[in-house]
Design a protein. Structure first.
Length: 116
């Protein structure tokens, strides 16, 4: 996750999400709670809980995340960019939100929630 990167606040109606930070640090929103997680931390977000993460540091962060049950990862497979060795992945900012992406979000149990 590059500095400044991370998704907008969202929920998953039918899916729990777990994050494990490998390195770096990320700011998490879990419901109304805002906190920083660092390397070695695991963060569990129950289904239907509004959440997001953001890299507010000046260095990259790496993490694993898991969906239970699986399925929403299909959003990245179907909607993501073709990886290229040595090329940084572009963030999915507001300029990339179009009808196609919105339909994929719905298909993969992801509901965008505005920041408060």
């Amino acid at each position: 996750m590059p500095p400044g990167g991370g998704p907008v606040a969202h929920t998953h109606t039918h899916t729990d999400e777990t994050f494990y930070l490998i390195d770096g640090e990320l700011e998490f929103l879990d419901g109304d709670r805002l906190f920083t997680a660092t390397a070695g931390d695991a963060v569990f977000i129950p289904r239907a809980t509004r959440h997001r993460f953001k890299n507010v540091s000046l260095t990259h962060a790496s993490m694993l995340f898991f969906y239970t049950p699986g399925g929403p990862e299909g959003l990245f497979v179907e909607g993501g960019d073709q990886p290229q060795p040595g090329v940084q992945v572009l963030p999915w900012g507001p300029e990339r939100i179009d009808d196609r992406l919105l339909s994929l979000l719905d298909k993969y149990d992801t509901q965008v929630q505005p920041d408060l």
